[in-house]
Design a protein around this ligand. Structure first.
Ligand code: PLP
Length: 288
């Protein structure tokens, strides 16, 4: 595997950063995960724009040109010997003696790293049969709109879900569903799609945004207002969305050690319509 280290593509074993890098010591940085299908990135520009925005929100100067980054990422993709997968990239604030304060450090140089991971198949099995999730309290911080490297809350929640054989943790704060540990969450109510508004409590997923535009094209109304835990429990359909896991029906949930069904426990018709339109968009953008 080749690695993009700032502006150079190097071998994985040459891609080294200092242990004094603030990403390592503080999680002081941001990241993106970008899918590619059949040798073509999906929604690359939206991801790069969010990458830049995340940097700006935490005061990391984004001195990468978006056009240059697109070229570098495409070169990295070409160096991979597989057509389908995803690119992981992160930017950290840089290297200095460990200190919470960085404001007086003039020589901080942000470090960008990117590499590709093979993912031949789309997640057809989960997309068709759906997944079981764990409902739990959202223990994360209050700036979930930033795609921060600090993922400890999500890591704890997702592992708690996995220990109960659930694929994702669906989170709630003050009685309202926010999102999943690494996904956005939608429910269907009265023929409409409901999803948490894009504020500081969720990451505004690129997949979420694509789904909203697909729904608009299909005349399916989208209400981006927070819905309650009870609305989730009673939903006729629910699904998660994310770049790699795509659109997965939620068919079961665990709450207080009990297992319940969403709707009839199977993928619902509106979920399937959205999935099909998403597939069409992927295929049209990657010449499949
Ligand atoms: N919400 C959280 C907390 C995430 O970590 C992710 C993706 O990693 C998403 C939502 C989905 O975002 P996207 O659709 O851009 O992959």
């Amino acid at each position: 595997t080749k690695v993009l280290l700032n502006d150079k593509i190097v071998e994985m074993n040459q891609a080294t950063v200092s242990i004094l890098d603030r990403g390592y010591q503080f999680g002081d940085g941001v990241y993106e995960v970008i899918r590619f299908y059949n040798g073509e990135f999906f929604e690359l520009l939206s991801h790069l724009e969010r990458f830049k925005k995340s940097c700006e929100e935490i005061g990391i100067p984004f001195h990468f040109d978006l056009n240059t980054l697109q070229i570098d990422f495409n070169n990295l993709l070409k160096s991979a010997n597989f057509p389908s997968g995803y690119l992981y990239t992160q930017i950290t604030r840089g290297t200095m003696q460990r200190n919470h304060l960085y404001v007086h450090e003039k020589n901080l140089e942000p470090q960008l790293v990117a590499y590709t991971v093979k993912e031949e198949q789309r997640p057809f099995e989960n997309m068709t049969n759906g997944i079981k999730v764990l409902l739990c309290e959202d223990i994360r911080w209050l700036r979930c709109d930033i795609k921060s490297l600090n993922l400890l809350g999500s890591v704890m929640l997702k592992n708690q879900a996995a220990s109960l054989d659930a694929k994702e943790a669906v989170l709630h704060r003050n009685g309202y569903i926010t999102e999943g540990s690494a996904t956005n969450v939608f429910i269907v109510k009265d023929g409409k799609l409901l999803t948490h508004p894009a504020n500081n409590l969720i990451l505004n997923g690129i997949t979420r945004q694509v789904i909203i535009s697909i729904a608009n094209e299909l005349d399916i109304e989208v209400v981006d207002e927070a819905f309650t835990i009870n609305e989730f429990r009673l939903a006729v359909e629910a699904f998660t969305s994310a770049t790699v896991s795509e659109i997965c029906p939620i068919v079961k949930f665990i709450e207080n050690n009990n297992e319940f069904q969403i709707g009839n426990g199977q993928r619902g018709p509106i979920t399937e319509i959205i999935q099909n339109a998403y597939t069409k968009k992927i295929n049209s953008e990657s010449d499949l």
